[in-house]
Design a protein. Structure first.
Length: 94
């Protein structure tokens, strides 16, 4: 097994662990957590040097700047939105 394969396996295991931890802590957010994982896996999260992240929507039609807040529609319905969760997960993998 080459180094790249091991790195991808490690990243996958770590992302699964982080997501499972959030699912346990926030069981009502299971669907949002799954969508956030999908964003990270699809490479839709770009961490920025200033601590923000650019998170593309799942359909790729919009990009959200996430800096602890997000201006997406979903953010008003709950504390978390999938974009904020995706940023958190990506930072834990970095």
């Amino acid at each position: 097994m080459d180094t790249m394969t091991l790195d991808l396996m490690y990243t996958d295991v770590l992302l699964t662990y982080v997501a499972d931890t959030y699912r346990t802590t926030y069981p009502a957010e299971h669907a949002r957590i799954a969508r956030a994982v999908a964003l990270v896996e699809a490479g839709h999260v770009a961490l920025q040097p200033a601590g923000t992240a650019l998170v593309r929507s799942q359909k790729g039609q919009a990009t959200y700047t996430v800096n602890g807040h997000c201006n997406c529609f979903d953010r008003s319905a709950t504390y978390f939105c999938k974009h904020r969760l995706a940023k958190t997960f990506a930072r834990k993998l970095a």
